[in-house]
Write a protein that binds this ligand. Structure first.
Ligand code: PSU
Ligand code: MN
Length: 313
C-alpha cells in the first residue's frame, strides 16, 4: 500500500521498519495518537497505557503505529524510548494540524492530536486509527468558536477514527450537527445511542449504526470506492463494567468546567485541563475508565483494520 504515501511527504516521514513492512505487504495497521500520552494522562499510567494499547492491537492481528513528531520528523511507529520520552518530557507541545509545519520546520517535538495524527496516518497510507475520545464542539462555542480541528480533519482526511464517542465536556448535539454538515458518517458500533466517552449513553440517537467491525470495514470500502473522501467517526461505547454513568459524571464535569472558567483557560489548554481535573475530582476513577475505553477502541480498530485489509483488492 506504499502507493498511498504522499510523494512530497516521503522525505519527512520515518516509518518504523515493522510498520513499513506491514504496509508494503498490505497487512492491517492501526494508528495511535500521542496527545493522549503527553497531555491526556499522568505518568506513569500514560506510558503503561501506550504500551498496553500497542499490545492489544497486536493481539488482534494488526501492527500498531503510534504517531508523533520528534525533532521535526513525522514518526509513524515509535520505539519504547520514544514512548517514554513522550510520557515524561514536559516540553513536548500538543500539536494539531495547524502546528505541523512549524514543528517540522523548527525541528521540535510534538504530541499529535486526533487531527494531526489522522493527517500523518493518511500520508503514510494508514486508514484506521484508535483513540480515546475525539474533540468536538465545545460548550459555549456560539461565543468562543472553539470547535476542535478534529472535526474538520474528519471532513477531509480518509481515515476511520475509532473512539468512545464525544466527551460530555463538549456539546454532543452540536458536534453531531457539524459532522453531518461536513458529510462525516458518525456510526455507533452495536448500539443505537451515540456514546459519551465516560458513559455508554449520551441521550442522543446515533445518526448511523453498524453491528460488527466487519460491517464497519465494508462501510469504509464503500465510502472510499465511491470517491466520498474524508473520514469516518466510528463510536465504540465504553465497556459496561468500566463506565461512569452519565448521572454520576455530569456534576463532576460541570465542576471541572467551572474551575476552568475561574482560571480563564481557553484554546488548546482546555481539553488537557478538563481531563486532568476530572481525574482529580473522581479520585482517579475517570482515569481507569479512560484507559479501559482506549484499550477497547484499540481492539475494535484492529478488527476493523484486519477486515478492511482482507477486503482490499
Ligand atoms: N481524548 C482523550 N484524551 C485526549 C484527547 C482526547 O481521551 O488527550 C485529545 C486528543 O488528542 C484530541 C484532543 O484530538 O484531545 C482534542 O483537543 P482539542 O479539544 O483542543 O481539539
Ligand atoms: Mn479547541
Amino acid at each position: 500500500m506504499t502507493q498511498h504515501i504522499h510523494p512530497t511527504a516521503l522525505s519527512y516521514l520515518d516509518l518504523h521498519p515493522e510498520v513499513a513492512a506491514a504496509l508494503d505487504a498490505g497487512q492491517a495497521v492501526v494508528a495511535l495518537e500521542s496527545t493522549i500520552i503527553s497531555h491526556g494522562m499522568p505518568f506513569p499510567q500514560n506510558v503503561e497505557m501506550a504500551r498496553g494499547v500497542e499490545d492489544v492491537v497486536r493481539e488482534h492481528g494488526a501492527v500498531p503505529a503510534t504517531i508523533a513528531v520528534l525533532g521535526g520528523r513525522l514518526k509513524v511507529g515509535l520505539t519504547p524510548d520514544e514512548l517514554h520520552l513522550l510520557a515524561t518530557d514536559g516540553g513536548v507541545d500538543k500539536i494539531s494540524t495547524r502546528d505541523l509545519p512549524v514543528t517540522v520546520a523548527l525541528g521540535k517535538h510534538g504530541a499529535t492530536t486526533v487531527a494531526s495524527t489522522m493527517r500523518i496516518a493518511a500520508l503514510a497510507g494508514i486508514r484506521v486509527f484508535a483513540t480515546g475520545g475525539t474533540g468536538g464542539v465545545h460548550r459555549g462555542a456560539g461565543e468562543t468558536m472553539d470547535i476542535s480541528a478534529d472535526l474538520l480533519e474528519l471532513a477531509r482526511t480518509d481515515v476511520c477514527v475509532v473512539s468512545a464517542g464525544v466527551k460530555s465536556i463538549l456539546d454532543i448535539g452540536l458536534t453531531l450537527e457539524v459532522l453531518e454538515t461536513q458529510g462525516v458518517p458518525a456510526i455507533t458500533l452495536g448500539e443505537t445511542e451515540f456514546p459519551a466517552f465516560y458513559s455508554r449513553r449520551s441521550g442522543f440517537t446515533s445518526p448511523l449504526s453498524v453491528k460488527t467491525p466487519a460491517e464497519a470495514a465494508r462501510v469504509l470500502k464503500a465510502k472510499w470506492d465511491l470517491g466520498l473522501s474524508g473520514g469516518v467517526m466510528l463510536a465504540n461505547p465504553v465497556p459496561a463494567d468500566s463506565e461512569i454513568p452519565a448521572a454520576e459524571i455530569t456534576p463532576h464535569i460541570e465542576q471541572a468546567l467551572r474551575d476552568m472558567d475561574a482560571l480563564g483557560l481557553t484554546g488548546k489548554e482546555t481539553t488537557p485541563y478538563l481531563l486532568g481535573r476530572i481525574v482529580e475530582i473522581t479520585g482517579g476513577r475517570s482515569l481507569e475508565t479512560n484507559i479501559a475505553l482506549v484499550r477497547n477502541n484499540a481492539r475494535v480498530a484492529a478488527q476493523v483494520a484486519v477486515a478492511f485489509a482482507e477486503n482490499a483488492e
